[in-house]
Design a protein around this ligand. Structure first.
Ligand SMILES: Cc1cc2nc3c(=O)[nH]c(=O)nc-3n(C[C@H](O)[C@H](O)[C@H](O)COP(=O)(O)OP(=O)(O)OC[C@H]3O[C@@H](n4cnc5c(N)ncnc54)[C@H](O)[C@@H]3O)c2cc1C
Length: 304
């Protein structure tokens, strides 16, 4: 089977692209290496998805997935490891399966940046977690730490106060990098204690579980230990584009460069969502990109 469009990634960008492509009458295959919905599955609550004053991330993920399926998109599990240009274009997954498409939309988003400190890797799943929604409830009435001072860090810190006895927020700079409304909510929360000008230097371990985090004052270099049972780093994201590097469509940071129609410099290969080089990485901008990519493809194929 040769699809009109193969969409890599079933996050909001990929699912939005699927809705638009199917409604334009194109045959669509969506491949995802995880659960449909992408990062929305990791987000406790969104307050900036127009039409919903507040919506749980996994609920919005499910609704978008159902919407795409309703219009007849085909979805398969697939961890994409290679894409090749040509007529047709080829998408290879890690199990060796190869899919053929007339066009491709890359919507594989980003992956969490690691702190890169001792014991982080060993303690992942044993107290170090990159998903507050998934693991926060395990730390009811226990102290936890969030690393980072941006929107995601502060939103997730606020969410964690539902369970944790206390949430320490470790911020490298002396200011937040978050929207004022998000920062105010976090600072007004009596369960949150913010530690500015501190960087994490080591995950402390006892009985093969997290027992705390060592932090360092970035001005005096003094170190102190905070005793927490879980650590949630939200310190940034990197694009998932290894499989596209050979095509020469990524910038120095690995993000994919497109024109305003979401087309890369390789005709027929598009990108949408967080994986793109762009200013604002949010659900609403991901869906925007997906819609434009699908609509551009529809025009491109009709002209062909
Ligand atoms: C903790 C947190 C809180 C956030 N809060 C908000 C918020 O309140 N409001 C908001 O608007 N945004 C928020 N965001 C950002 C938002 O989630 C993203 O901007 C959005 O999900 C990006 O959508 P996307 O479709 O581009 O990528 P993603 O949602 O990242 O989806 C990418 C998909 O691609 C799949 N994939 C990756 N690699 C491969 C591969 N090799 N093969 C196959 N599939 C692959 C992944 O499994 C995933 O399903 C938050 C993000 C985080 C991490």
């Amino acid at each position: 089977m040769r699809y009109d469009v193969i969409i890599l990634g079933a996050g909001p960008a990929g699912l939005s692209a699927a809705v638009y492509a199917r409604r334009a009458g194109l045959t669509v295959l969506i491949l995802d290496a995880g659960a449909p919905g992408g990062k929305m599955n990791l987000t406790a609550e969104l307050e900036n998805w127009p039409g919903d004053q507040k919506v749980a991330g996994p609920e919005l993920a499910y609704r978008m997935y159902e919407h795409a399926m309703h219009f007849g998109a085909e979805q398969k599990y697939g961890n994409v490891t290679k894409i090749e240009d040509g007529e047709p274009k080829k998408v290879t997954c890690d199990d060796g399966t190869v899919y053929e498409g007339r066009t491709i939309i890359i919507a594989t988003g980003t992956k969490e940046r690691k702190m890169g400190i001792p014991n982080e890797t060993e303690m992942t799943g044993r107290g170090v977690s990159y998903c507050a929604v998934c693991d926060g409830p395990f730390f009811r009435d226990e102290p936890v730490a969030v690393i980072g001072g941006g929107n995601s860090a502060l939103q997730e810190a606020d969410y964690l106060t539902r369970f944790a006895s206390k949430v320490h927020v470790i911020v490298r700079r002396n200011v937040f990098r978050a929207d004022k409304i998000v920062a105010d909510k976090a600072t007004d929360n009596p369960k949150i204690e913010v530690h500015f000008l501190r960087k994490p230097v080591e995950v402390l371990v006892e009985d093969n579980k997290v027992k705390g985090i060592r932090i360092e004052n970035s001005e005096t270099h003094e170190q102190e230990d905070l005793f927490v049972n879980a650590i949630f780093p939200f310190i940034g994201l990197d694009p998932v584009t290894d499989f596209a590097k050979d095509l020469g469509i990524c910038n120095e940071q690995g993000y994919i460069v497109t024109d305003e129609n979401m087309q890369t410099k390789v005709p027929g290969i598009y990108a949408a969502g967080d994986v793109r080089a762009k200013f604002l990485r949010q659900v609403v901008t991901a869906t925007n990109d997906g819609a434009i990519a699908a609509q551009s493809i529809s025009h491109h194929l009709n002209e062909a």
